[in-house]
Design a protein around this ligand. Structure first.
Ligand SMILES: [Zn+2]
Length: 287
């Protein structure tokens, strides 16, 4: 069947190098083609607008993100909360190290007096806290226990002066005050004093002798911890009894000149395992 002329449209394709071409197509197809073209253009326009819109949205979000990041940075600088507990810990650590150093020093003093001293390994004296992490409470409890032992040791170790006065004769060999031609061994220290001056024990302990003791005249001997003993000689008066518990600083008698003595003074000895040792080491902590 032949188409009517009005239903046919002629399309001319113009090309520079070639002859123009003419194509005849049905008019309804051409109008449909126009319709499609309009739809395609419309879609392109909508997509373009969407892309532009999304891009601007994205830019806004980036801007907001930058603004928030800047704010976070500012806040981080303004608030340094972890620094405070850190400093506290460091201060506590410093104190613990200082305490350890002092305990070590006390230990050294005790060792110089022939005492064993204490092992403070448990409280980190030798840096052993690295291995076993202790809680603060455990650490403080160990220090407390350590100091209790130290207090006990200080109380029971002969220390200081049996009376506050100058020394008139030191420990060791000296010329015999009764025979200038020969030398005698002086097993203690003599303290200046007048008859009736008080003599005090230099550590906690138990009286093991109170009475006449040959050349020592009226004499008191007190037993202390760690096989130590102190002896007080030439007393004019004895004010303690054998078996009596005495505390450091307590009066045990009065200065005199009894026994092998040329004048009133206090003869003081420190003995370790029954053997006289130089009491000078025990007079102050700085030896
Ligand atoms: Zn003496």
């Amino acid at each position: 069947m032949k188409s009517k002329l009005s239903e046919i449209s002629t399309v001319i394709i113009v090309n520079k190098s070639r002859e123009p071409k003419t194509i005849q197509i049905k008019s309804k197809h051409l109008s449909r083609l126009r319709h499609y073209a309009a739809i395609v253009v419309g879609v392109i326009v909508i997509l373009s607008v969407t892309v532009v819109y999304l891009r601007s949205q994205n830019a806004q979000q980036e801007e907001e993100k930058d603004r928030l990041m800047a704010q976070i940075t500012k806040l981080k600088i303004a608030i340094p909360p972890p620094a405070i507990p850190q400093t506290k810990t460091n201060t506590a650590q410093n104190y613990i190290q200082s305490i350890e150093a002092k305990l070590q020093k006390i230990n050294d003093y005790l060792k110089k007096r022939g005492l064993k001293g204490f092992s403070n390994k448990a409280v980190g004296g030798n840096g052993n806290t690295e291995g076993a992490k202790l809680t603060d409470e455990e650490t403080y409890s160990l220090y407390d226990e350590y100091l209790s032992r130290l207090v006990h040791s200080v109380a029971f170790t002969p220390m200081g002066y049996p009376r506050i006065s100058s020394l008139t004769s030191m420990f060791g060999y000296r010329s015999d005050p009764f025979n200038s031609a020969s030398a005698e061994f002086h097993p203690g220290i003599d303290f200046r004093g007048a008859v009736g001056d008080e003599a005090h024990c230099t550590a906690n302990g138990k009286v093991v002798f109170a009475g006449w003791y040959g050349g020592y005249g009226n004499c008191v001997r007190i037993a202390h911890a760690n096989s130590y003993e102190t002896l007080y000689g030439h007393l004019s008066r004895i004010t303690v009894k054998v078996g009596q518990e005495v505390t450091v600083g307590q009066k045990i008698g009065e200065v005199g000149s009894t026994g092998h003595s040329t004048g009133a003074h206090l003869h003081y000895e420190v003995r370790l395992n029954g053997k006289p040792i130089n009491p000078i080491k025990f007079l102050t902590l700085n030896n």
